[in-house]
Design a binder for this molecule. Sequence first.
Ligand code: FES
Length: 721
Amino acid sequence: MNLPALSKILSPFHEGEKIIQQRLGVRDRMEKFGSRVIRDHLPDQHRAFYQQLPFLFLGHADANGWPWASIVCNPPGFAVSNDSEHLTLNASPVAGDPLAESLTPDLRIGLLGIELHSRRRNRLSATISEQSNDHFTLVVDQSFGNCPQYIQGREWHWHEGVIPAPPKHFSAFDETTQAFIGAADTFFVASAVGANHKQNASDEEKINGVDISHRGGRAGFVRVDNNRQLTIPDYLGNFHFNTLGNFLKNPKAGLLFIDFDRGDILQLIGTAKILWDSPDTRHFEGAERLWTFTLERGHWIRNALPVRFTAPEFSTNSLLTGTWQEANARQQAEQDTQRWHSLTVDDIVDESKTIRSFYLTSETLTQPTYLPGQFLTLRIPTQTAGGNDCGATNESDIVRTYTVSSAPADRRLRISVKREFNGRASGYLHNHLNIGDSLEAQSPRGNFHWQADSSRAAVLIGAGVGLTPMVAIARHCWLESYRTRKPRPVIVFAAARNAAERPFFEELKQLQTQSQGMVRVVWALSQPESSLKPGQDYHHHGRINQELFQAVLPLDDYDCYLCGPDTFMQSMYDTLSDLGINDTRIFAEAFGPSSLQRKIPKDSQSTKLAAHSETSPKTQLADSALVRFFDSDQQLVSEHTWQADEGSLLDLAENHGLQPAFSCRAGQCGACVACVEGADIHYDEQPQCALNEGQVALCVGRPAVATNGLSEPPVLSVYWD
Ligand code: FES
């Protein structure tokens, strides 16, 4: 009777890999997928691939069980596969590489073939069947292809006359080694589970063995914590979890770094630890989790390789990830939301007749932690060199908020500003701000933003400059879908009067093309120019309405995002409500004084009111109060008596020449939120923006009478700068 091969019966994954797949919810999918793509032989395509390479990466475990990552080189053709089960390497390890001593028949080997310029790679796990001074032959246990995600493109060329220097051993990283690792964009990691010789392995252990994997990112993706420890982000990959699965069973690891310019190699062995819930993870763009490597020992072999490489061409996936320097900056910015950062105008682009984009860079706000849809608070100098000719009534700076129209992964902040009639801030930005000029800004914030946890399709509805957050969200969705390989449909309904006032037209069109329709854009022009072609320059003549939604949107469950003038917002909200979209699925951002009247279902309204009454006891408006305004250094700026007819705390501040940030003036956006102490705050209606304990929405907040029964006017301290 012909029995099926062992590999057909057993799972291609060992216990460590299965535990991680289970933990991350991909176990069943990967079992089916792995059984299909992990083979017990070399497909012809892989055989041809290995034979054209000038170098291969090998992982093995030495006699003490330490995995080492190695590289062997020879001109293309040195790897020969005469049949689908064998691969012979006519090459020897670099002198001084521990692989040279370990090479014996029956040794388990992990092999990685990688063509840097085309980003192709294939892997196999194998056992040495035969070995001599100048060659060794591998018999294949498992073979599979690998995605090219984080491989930097590099061309290679042969470098004759190489004589490797003797290894230089160490047990702690010196400054040179730390700097080299800290600037690396690529390394290779070996890990091992089970016996290092197959003859010692049980049937179950035969699926164990040694793995060698590529790790890539932007230069600076490996953090040197001290002279023995490194921290490394783990990005989305193929979900096999060969490396981390091995670490779970055996934390020993071997790393190989290559100096691609000089041909030096750095081989390290040490202990790995997976950090599932490190707080550092969320600051590192693209990191799903982290792992640390603690050095046992290592060595440099200078001039080790007979190949040299060109400068890297970074893969798109790598460019969507962060660096430790950026992660630190993000963490700092998050802790220091009130800090003013200096930004430099990098570029200026007209988006329409009235909307202009400003690209901003900053040394301290390079990687702000923000969500697409949030706004930037800017301090704008309205005094120009030639005098104040932009409508300002005094020479002081003014503070305004502008939605960020770039995605976080774009790395340059972009605001897109509409030129308002008699607008001091927009007038200054349009008329006087030039490339190279500076502005000050706080980290982006705001309650209106992309709902990252939702898996529903997104409907983005914006009019005119209200398209700024929608462009940021659409860009983010596309970049995230590229990074995670999880498409999430986005339909943009964009409204404008005509082509002259149609912002981001080309950008959205390009996004639709690049995303292959994942982002779909529908333009509604109310007064299109006669020269425009319907279906090409716009899709609907008139305003966005119920019929358009019904014609475009398939029956589905959506998250809807609205931004634009108040009448537009209310009309869109009412239309979506009439179509049965639940209030909780409609996210809205108002520009200027605006208050969206939401239709909250009776039962959820009573729940909300009940919850509110528990946490927010009824307050009574004070007749008068003493209000002290402080800056971020807690220095008193000014103090004023507030009277009941004086309006909100924002009005009070502005009446006395102060410039708190604001946007909606309706308690919705959170732009004016400040810290308050000393007295309660009265709201006619509870603000919709998020407020923590001790915070006030200045635009709708007014002093409340003291709850301690004292009859004196309350004294408030407000800190907003
Ligand atoms: S300005 Fe929007 S909440 Fe106050």
